[in-house]
Ligand binder design. Structure first.
Ligand SMILES: [Zn+2]
Length: 145
């Protein structure tokens, strides 16, 4: 799976795959993470998709993950876990932590009626701010400013 992602996405230099509790619980429901918090933009799009289920270690799973990563740097993996990528390992590891946090927010909001989602215009404004803050190099430093 890792090799197939690197082949499909030469701009990626590191991949973190894990089974953290919130992202994995959400992946078991086969839901994508919707735009419930502005940090969703850090994964490359307006949501974090959930890749279709396939048996671990198979070419089928690898293809499903590559598909889910289209235009994204992170995805959930149905009934399995999550994956985050980036130009280098610190960035991929940072994004993996963000995905777990977003999944946890989503699970918590589902217990109280579900999240109020950000609009396309609100997400576009976040993208502009992130560019100003240099998110592409290291978003966590943007957050601390
Ligand atoms: Zn796994």
């Amino acid at each position: 799976m890792h090799c197939d992602i690197y082949r499909a996405r030469p701009e990626l230099g590191a991949i973190v795959h894990a089974h953290p509790p919130a992202a994995t619980a959400l992946a078991i429901t086969r839901r994508s993470i919707p735009p419930l918090h502005y940090m969703i933009v850090a994964a490359g799009g307006d949501d974090i998709p959930c890749a279709d289920y396939a048996t671990f270690g198979t070419a089928e799973l690898s293809a499903a993950v590559v598909r889910a990563l289209t235009g994204r740097q992170a995805c959930l993996m149905a009934n399995h876990g999550m994956l985050a990528a980036g130009p280098d390992l610190p960035r991929a590891l940072w994004l993996a932590g963000e995905v777990e946090a977003l999944a946890d927010y989503y699970l918590r909001t589902l217990t109280v009626g579900g999240p109020v989602l950000l609009s396309a215009a609100e997400l576009a404004a976040v993208r502009i701010r992130f560019q100003d803050y240099g998110l592409r190099t290291h978003a966590s430093s943007a957050e601390s400013r």
